[in-house]
Design a protein around this ligand. Sequence first.
Ligand code: ADP
Ligand code: MG
Length: 406
Amino acid sequence: MQPETVLKTWFGYDAFRPGQRDVVDTILSGRDCLAVLPTGAGKSLCFQIPALMQPGVTFVISPLISLMEDQVAHLQQKHIPAACLNSSMSKRTYNQTLQDVEAGVYKLMYLSPERLQNQWFIRFAQKNPPSFVVVDEAHCVSQWGHDFRPAYLQIPDFIKTLPKRPLYAAFTATATPCVRQDIITGLGMNDSAAIVRGFDRPNLFFSKKSVADKDRALLDALEKVKDRSGIVYCATHQNTEKVFRLLQRKGYAAARYHAGLTPGERNRTQADFICDRIKIVAATSAFGMGIDKENVSFVIHYNMPQSLEEYYQEAGRAGRNGEESYCLLLYSREDFAINEALARQQEKPERALALLASMWDYAQHEGCLRNYILRYFGEDVTGECGKCSYCKTKPFWQRFTNILRI
Ligand code: ADP
Ligand code: MG
């Protein structure tokens, strides 16, 4: 069966999006593959299609239970046999799932990287080897990335325990040339093909502001995007709570999300946001990895993140439906100082400080913002984008008003 037929039959789509077909072909050719495609490009399909075209099961390594469950639910809706194994499952369901894998029920099996270190699981996988291993959110392998997860570094050891080397592919949305190299090395990829496609998100308008009164700046910004969905990212729980209360006081349908809340409240916030019952989420970076919500119209950073990668990944959650959307970074010297102190406490402070330096450099940049970002991610760009707060010389909100036609 051709990949196009699988795309149509199982997923109901008529055509591949840019980059998808290349990735599918590379994987099927048997070459290790690192695919770097922007958020929303449709990376999942790039491995789900080869998975359906292979005999046997595909293991998908994913960093978060919520991500796994979300993807499995999507697949099940399309009647594609998929399951996940995670620590929140009962022993009974867990064992039943493994029995089903043994019986060849599933085409895709989602797992955490830690699972691959479990001796019992390793023996199971030796007896029931996957034909294809996928590493999703592969930047977690890099200590240069913002989501470093040590267990990702052990993935090649797991691959070596298998009786035969499976097809092997890794996916990420954010990777500088340096992180890309880290992924290839850290995952032990051989003769790998790196497929890097368009980091540009032409429908995002980039903007930044250094302001003393962030609350005022935030409210001014929100005034212009009334009734639209968006995320306000904050650096700390305290700031998230503060912004959440501010939004509530001003009558916005808002919720909050950070690691200090109960799983119940976090799940509720996520569900309410996805189903448009609330419009704005005040959140820390804990919110959003892999969130598949199309109509996020703006992402405002109330604080400056610790790296440009983190910034672009979070800002990139806006406009996945292709509509003109808006990204604003509010930053201050204080943000820098706080991030610097945090960076110095890290195990590898020099890396964290180098990442922060690029973030700060972006904040200070007097030039086209889009080009700055694209160059940072290794793209060759010249000229100006005409669609960022630098390129547009007219007053800021007037520009945004034009773009959104409001
Ligand atoms: P990523 O992991 O790259 O951020 P996803 O895999 O979550 O993106 O896909 C984003 C959305 O795009 C999903 O809703 C998916 O169904 C949709 N999508 C992916 N490929 C196609 C395609 N070829 N045609 C139409 N929709 C697609
Ligand atoms: Mg994804």
